[in-house]
Design a protein around this ligand. Structure first.
Ligand SMILES: Nc1ncnc2c1ncn2[C@@H]1O[C@H](COP(=O)(O)OP(=O)(O)OP(=O)(O)O)[C@@H](O)[C@H]1O
Ligand SMILES: [Mg+2]
Length: 258
């Protein structure tokens, strides 16, 4: 099983890229679980699930947290069965058979930070990693910025997909995210330069990113991606023949490399 975190500055395309890759991998026969760790909870929408149908881990945090803790400590068959059963309650069937778990949001102003929600996801990923290999991939969609790395959620993950636009501020966030993921023992840092408009964009990013990441892939600005989003649909449903899909396939191939 490969565990992959997607990170980057706000609006760079984390959710768009993750959701398209997850669907392409499922179409290749892989089992993919995606976990939305952004309190804005956009990932469900990108995967065909309306907001009104979202179930979140935060709805039942304490009880699942206890169960996962006990099961991880005791390796007890019965507690594992109960735990598996409980986790199923939070798994939603998304487009193409992608499995989706949503962490949860901030329910009201002044409700406090999401640290405990992220800790629960960390425990859940540890639990799923320790069990039978039910999934080929676990993808984590994160909130904009680097806070998620402070909670150690991506510890020892296989890949960190650092998405950036060709702008100095976006690149700074990407470099910082890449460094923090390396601190956590994430094995590969893959940069995706998104919304590229010309060769200068690529040159500029290559200069800035060189030495900070293991691999760099570029993705052009694509009208189809934006239009699909505007119509509330995914690129592969909006225009299955879009050239942008070829670009997503290149990123997919890179993630599939062992
Ligand atoms: N290659 C692209 N070409 C054109 N538009 C794109 C491309 N990639 C993403 N977008 C658009 O950029 C916007 C932001 O994308 P998305 O929501 O995936 O970003 P994000 O990084 O997940 O944002 P957030 O930080 O809010 O979670 C969307 O309108 C999306 O359609
Ligand atoms: Mg997003």
């Amino acid at each position: 099983m490969k565990r992959v975190i997607f990170t980057g500055k706000g609006g760079v395309g984390k959710t768009t890229i993750l959701s398209n890759l997850a669907r392409l991998l499922v179409r290749d026969g892989c089992k993919v679980l995606v976990i939305d760790c952004d309190p804005s909870m956009n990932l469900a929408m990108s995967l065909g699930i309306p907001m009104s149908e979202i179930v979140t881990l935060a709805d039942d945090k304490t009880s699942l947290q206890e169960q996962l803790g006990v099961s991880l400590e005791e390796h007890h068959h019965t507690s594992k069965q109960e735990c598996d059963h409980h986790i199923q309650e939070f798994i939603m069937d998304a487009s193409d058979g992608v499995k989706l778990i949503v962490m949860g949001t901030i329910p009201f102003g002044g409700a406090g930070c999401i640290c405990s929600h992220i800790s629960l996801v960390k425990l859940l990923v540890s639990y799923l990693s320790a069990g039978t290999e039910e999934y080929d991939f676990i993808f984590i969609d994160s909130q904009a910025g680097v806070e998620i790395f402070g909670r150690g959620l991506a510890s020892e993950f296989d890949d960190c997909i650092v998405i950036t636009e060709p702008t100095p501020k976006s690149l700074e966030v990407a470099k910082h995210g890449s460094k923090l993921s390396r601190d956590l023992g994430v094995r590969r840092q893959i940069a995706v330069i998104n919304k590229v408009e010309n060769d200068d964009d690529i040159r500029f990013c290559m200069q800035e990113l060189g030495g900070n990441v293991d691999c760099i892939i570029s993705m052009p600005f694509c009208r189809d991606v934006k239009e699909a989003d505007r119509c509330g649909t995914a690129l592969m449903d909006y225009n299955p023949k879009s050239d942008a899909l070829k670009e997503f396939l290149r990123i997919k191939d890179c993630i599939m490399e062992r």
